[in-house]
Design a binder for this molecule. Structure first.
Ligand code: 5GP
Length: 137
């Protein structure tokens, strides 16, 4: 399988504005930011989606994500942000290498806009769904 653009960024084949790197994790500025400071945090492991990522890489990303959020907030002066992680093309994933967006929310016009078509959880179907998910773990 050919490298994704993010693997090529990790390898230094494509330039980026790097903000962080360790053994398992790489972070850099998004080329098309929704707001200043929009940062992508990626595992070096080239898993396409979150469900395919190893526990070790997931733990490494999770360990550094709060620190990166604090750094983005301090650098931009914007304390509010969204963490976005898309899986699959219908869920708006374009680059098939796991990535977490840190998107500062400076005001209503900038940052992530969300549609949230909330339903109402039915107690019976909720109970069944919770059991099915638990059984699948
Ligand atoms: P997705 O929609 O897959 O969650 O987001 C992919 C993100 O990667 C987009 O926000 C896009 O702007 C960013 N991106 C795509 N190609 C490049 C690139 O070559 N360099 C950088 N820095 N970001 C990229």
């Amino acid at each position: 399988m050919s490298d994704t653009i993010f693997t090529r960024i990790i390898k230094g084949e494509i330039p980026c504005h790097k903000v962080y790197e360790d053994d398992r994790v790489f972070a850099f500025l998004d080329i098309s930011p929704l707001a200043p400071g929009h940062t992508l945090v990626i595992p070096k492991e080239p898993a396409p989606t979150l469900g395919e990522l190893s526990d070790e890489s997931a733990a490494a990303v999770g360990r550094v994500l709060p620190r990166l959020c604090r750094a983005v907030a301090q650098a931009t002066g914007v304390k509010d942000c969204n963490i976005l992680q898309n899986n699959g093309a219908p869920a708006h994933q374009v680059v098939m290498h796991v990535h977490f967006h840190i998107i500062p929310k400076p005001d209503a016009a900038q940052g992530l806009g969300i549609q949230w078509p909330a339903g109402k959880l039915d107690p019976d179907s909720g109970s069944m769904m919770a059991q099915r998910i638990t059984a699948a773990l």
